[in-house]
Design a protein around this ligand. Structure first.
Ligand SMILES: [Zn+2]
Length: 458
């Protein structure tokens, strides 16, 4: 069994159920498990004794979209594509990603998936939950091949064909529920447990306004039969709230999910920014988790404050959604946006934020072996180089990490005992090739006239 020893000037452990930093410790890995956290230098096959390293449990990013992020990047900032200031989910992102699946070859789709996963790994994520269209099995391929721990979440839609009218209002057509559940089951049969167990699936009905009651009930039943987590988009826009209230006897999106039995501890609900306080009280009572992705909303001028959900006693995690995919940057934004929203500085503190991508995130997917550095835990580690000039001198490593660090400071990433990133570089492939091929595949989408038309100046 291969052994690896990594020295941390600081190591993030847990004490009394909270993150706790210890000084000058060796983390010893045997095979794919953490064997010890010790002050004494252990014997190991490979030893990393570098100064100023902060050894964290591998970070969990439980809401991300590699594919639509790569398509949208640098097209959708500064309000572009937002007719009437509305969400671009149904007007731009879903139609374009759907077109892209048929336009691109499997190799091109794989290249975009690899580009995304390279970015995630270099940013320090070791576990990613990724909702994506079920015609994109290349996401699983790329995750398995590149060594990421991955919860693939192929979408299910009652109606995948969302179309925006001239006023920006979205209408829905089609009946895809049964076909999508069959496709999900086929992907589960093919991929669950691959990559020595690193590859898993989550049940992923897309959102409350694209999934009807029959499909949502069927999703919940199947997920609970298999014991897989359920994730969806919830209350991500005011239009969604209006649509659900009109369709389902005045229910809010959260009440709609509760009516169908989905609001429960196995549900990870992305965004919830258009939720009322009553909705949030209901979510807290049911034990559901909120996935907070503040930057994608900040881009649109909306406040998605982690502190608001946390204040209701809801388990709140931080993910990157389809924008930027920089988890440390997202934590920094979550801190600042929560403080602005509350008008005070002591909300969304550093310990809460690091917990949102380690211990709390692992608990939400019932993985006590993840998100923690302790003997017996999975050997997933994220190591940050705290010797950069913008991080020195360093009085408090956790506050420094959240307030001042960014993804470029990620030095090392280990998943399941394998070092995937070392000194900031991906160890098992040609980064330049992955970037070149991924970018070329995305450029093919933007060559389409309908893609450019979505961004014509109003
Ligand atoms: Zn999302």
């Amino acid at each position: 069994m291969t052994t690896v020893a990594i020295f941390g000037a600081w190591v993030l452990t847990r004490r009394d159920g909270r993150p706790h930093v210890v000084r000058d410790r060796w983390v010893l890995v045997e095979g794919n498990r953490i064997a010890a956290v010790t002050p004494d230098r252990p014997a190991a096959d490979e030893t990393f004794d570098r100064p100023g390293r902060f050894v964290l449990p591998g970070l969990l990013n439980l809401h991300n979209h590699c594919f639509s992020e790569a398509i949208a990047r640098s097209h959708t900032e500064d309000g572009r594509g937002r007719k009437g200031g509305r969400s671009i989910v149904y007007t731009v992102l879903l139609p374009l990603s759907k077109t892209a699946l048929t336009l691109l070859s499997p190799q091109e789709r794989l290249s975009i998936a690899q580009l995304g996963i390279l970015q995630l790994l270099k940013g320090g994520a070791t576990t990613v939950m990724e909702p994506f269209r079920n015609g994109l099995p290349e996401m699983f391929e790329a995750a398995e091949e590149m060594g990421l721990r991955f919860y693939g979440a192929p979408y299910l839609f009652s109606t995948a064909d969302a179309k925006a009218g001239p006023d920006g209002r979205v209408t829905y057509a089609g009946d895809d529920g049964e076909a999508d559940l069959a496709a999900w089951n086929a992907l589960h049969a093919r991929w669950e447990g691959r990559g020595e167990g690193r590859i898993r699936l989550a049940m992923s009905p897309h959102a409350t306004d694209t999934c009807g009651p029959d499909l949502l009930r069927a999703c919940a039943a199947r997920a609970r039969e298999l014991g897989v987590p359920i994730t969806t988009h919830l209350a991500q826009s005011d239009d969604e709230v209006a649509t659900i209230r009109a369709r389902h006897d005045g229910r809010s999106p959260a009440e709609y999910l509760d009516w169908l039995g989905l609001l429960a501890p196995d549900l990870l609900a992305a965004h919830c920014i258009a939720s009322t306080d009553d909705d949030l009280r209901l979510m807290a009572a049911r034990g559901a988790t909120v996935l907070n992705c503040p930057r994608v909303f900040a881009r649109a001028g909306r406040t998605a404050a982690l502190g608001r959900f946390a204040a209701h006693g809801i388990r709140t995690l931080v993910g990157t959604d389809g924008y930027n995919m920089d988890l440390l940057g997202e934590l920094n934004a979550a801190s600042l946006i929560s403080k602005i929203a509350a008008g005070r500085a002591d909300v969304a503190d550093s310990a809460t934020l690091i917990d949102a991508v380690t211990g709390e995130a692992a608990a939400a997917i019932r993985r006590p072996d993840l998100g923690v550095i302790a003997p017996g835990a999975a050997a997933d580690l994220t190591v940050v180089d705290m010797m950069h000039p913008h991080l020195q001198p360093l009085h408090d490593p956790l506050r420094g990490l959240i307030a001042l660090a960014n993804r470029a400071d990620i030095a090392q990433v280990m998943v399941d005992g394998r070092i995937l990133v070392d000194e900031g570089r991906y160890r098992h492939g040609d980064e330049a090739r992955i970037v070149r091929e991924g970018a070329a595949a995305v450029a093919r989408i933007w060559d389409l006239p309908e893609a450019r038309a979505a961004f014509e100046e109003e």
